[in-house]
Write a protein of this length. Structure first.
Length: 387
């Protein structure tokens, strides 16, 4: 998640000082999110949102507490509340090591931050490329994504066992204790999908990554749906503000990365997929696209007269669709429990969350291909009719 520019003033009061004013006994019975909201306000923050389920599937997110005007602040976080992760262009593994080192070597800070740690998803709740179970990757029907996932997971493992000495020679020596692969994968996944990039405190030319309590509970919205933006004010504090009028109860969303409009990108980097009214192809299904780059073409290229409005492109897309081992309808049946035959045979819909996510991904990928093929066919027919 990449954000705007910042100017800087003096350091704010240290977090530890503020924490001392809190009464642990008073907060003992509250749930982790209520504690988080109180903690942020006790530390000079501002909170004008609520946290809860934002869709039928129970996705956690944030909503406006009241009608909001454009530029109104939804959350303000003092700069000392941010978790520093180091430079933005390092791997998530390196950012995770910065975080873990601070946690282990500064127990007082770690204790103060416990309210934040408690607000994060549990280990089995985070589903990203770092944690995708290798045994289930076949369900994606996407060998190239499966290969990228394996490469990433190998890299994480290799960093931990010291096989990448240019990053760290001895993780144990660096952290002062052992850490299991599962824990390292979890923190790498958290950093990869919950961190933000901002200009540095001292050198605005340099970008750094940080984790931001509460701000990181705001979900992604595509460019046309997003209603919140993030920036740092002149004191270096972090602010999420409304980019338009927002109604009470409306979900707050900001754009993590424009690429998330394509499901292969959103799944790989953030572990979610979207069923959009006008679905976009997976980036890798564009003629020169791949998981990391869809910049050479856009959907507009399929319009009449566009560079991709050709018979060859139509055939290329049809070939991709025909090569999948199951159809879109078959995938849908796996998710819904489907037709009379399935019921007769006692077949139940998939319940495992990773399996459902992977099958949904492949189904939506086929849907986008099907709709693009239909559109392209119609565009080609209308251009030949004009001749
Ligand atoms: C920065 S967190 C946002 C808060 C998160 N929903 C939570 O409750 O902790 C990013 C994660 O939220 C989920 N997420 C964000 N935007 C989403 C969206 N538009 N649809 C589905 N899941 C989304 C994904 O699991 C993603 O990895």
């Amino acid at each position: 998640m990449s954000q705007g520019a910042v100017t800087w003033a003096e350091d704010s009061a240290p977090l530890e000082q503020k924490q001392a004013e809190e009464s642990p006994a008073k907060n003992a019975d509250l749930d982790s999110i209520t504690k988080l909201l109180i903690w942020i306000q006790q530390n000079e923050g501002q909170v004008d949102l609520e946290v809860g389920a934002v869709n039928e599937a129970g996705l956690r997110g944030t909503k406006a507490m009241r009608d909001m005007q454009q530029y109104q602040v939804a959350v303000k976080l003092k700069k000392y509340m941010a978790v520093p992760l180091g430079e933005w262009n390092k791997s998530s593994e390196e950012n995770a090591l910065v975080l873990l080192k601070k946690r282990f070597k500064e127990p007082e800070w770690d204790k103060v931050m416990q309210t934040y740690w408690d607000s994060l998803p549990q280990r089995d709740e985070i589903i990203t490329k770092e944690t995708f179970p290798p045994a289930k990757l076949g369900l994606l029907q996407d060998p190239s994504m499966a290969a990228f996932v394996r490469i990433h997971q190998d890299f994480t493992r290799n960093v931990l066992r010291g096989a990448k000495p240019h990053i760290v020679k001895d993780v144990r020596a660096m952290l002062g204790r052992d850490i299991s692969l599962e824990e390292f994968k979890y923190w790498t996944a958290m950093v990869a999908s919950y961190a933000f990039t901002f200009p540095d405190d001292t050198d605005p030319e340099k970008q750094v990554r940080v984790m931001l309590p509460l701000v990181d509970l705001i979900n992604h919205g595509n460019r046309d749906e997003a209603n919140v933006k993030l920036f740092r004010d002149e004191n270096g504090d972090y602010i999420a503000y409304a980019t338009r009028v927002i109604k009470k109860g409306e979900e707050l969303r900001h754009t993590y990365q424009a690429g998330c409009e394509r499901n292969d990108h959103a799944l790989f980097h953030y572990g979610f997929v979207q069923d959009l009214p006008e679905p976009k192809l997976a980036a890798q299904d564009l003629p020169s696209g791949n998981l990391y780059d869809d910049s050479a073409h856009s959907e507009a290229d399929y319009d009449v007269g566009g560079p991709l409005a050709t018979e060859e492109e139509l055939q290329r897309l049809k070939d991709i669709l025909a090569a999948f081992p199951t159809t879109e309808a078959e995938d849908e049946r796996l998710l819904t429990g489907g037709g009379w035959m399935d019921k007769l045979l006692g077949r139940k819909p998939l319940t495992d969350s990773v399996e459902r996510l992977f099958v949904t991904y492949r189904m939506l990928r086929k849907k986008a291909l099907r709709l693009t093929i239909e559109r392209l066919r119609a565009n080609l027919a209308s251009s030949s009719a004009e001749l």
